[in-house]
Ligand binder design. Structure first.
Ligand code: ZN
Length: 115
């Protein structure tokens, strides 16, 4: 992902509108690129600041809030990855079960002299 693409995704990220794929690339870019990371921090700070003015929660640990948001995004991605792996495992197991069933059926047919 280029800096231009990452910049374009800053606002969608804050609004939580990124797809899982975009989110993964976005977070990777933020880890490796301090310029974009600073940009994200600025936008995030403004966004959180406005929301806090609205709600008057008095929580001014904005940097910590961004860390928490990124951590949450990472966890979401991990969960998505786990689900994908689980799905893959389930489909692999079902294919194996099907193959074993066919092999056993063939053995029965062979025993009966049908093959
Ligand atoms: Zn960048």
């Amino acid at each position: 992902m280029t800096c231009k693409e990452a910049e374009r995704l800053v606002m969608p990220y804050i609004k939580d509108e990124l797809t899982d794929e975009e989110l993964g690339e976005f977070l990777t870019h933020m880890e490796s690129c301090t310029e974009c990371r600073e940009e994200l921090e600025i936008y995030f700070t403004v966004d959180v600041g406005i929301r806090q003015l609205d709600s008057e929660t008095g929580n001014y640990n904005i940097k910590g809030t961004l860390e928490a948001a990124i951590e949450q995004s990472r966890q979401r991605l991990q969960l998505v990855r786990c689900i994908k792996i689980a799905r893959y495992a389930v489909s692999t197991v079902s294919i194996m079960a099907l193959v074993i069933t066919i092999l056993l059926q063939c053995r029965i047919w062979i025993q009966w002299g049908l093959l």
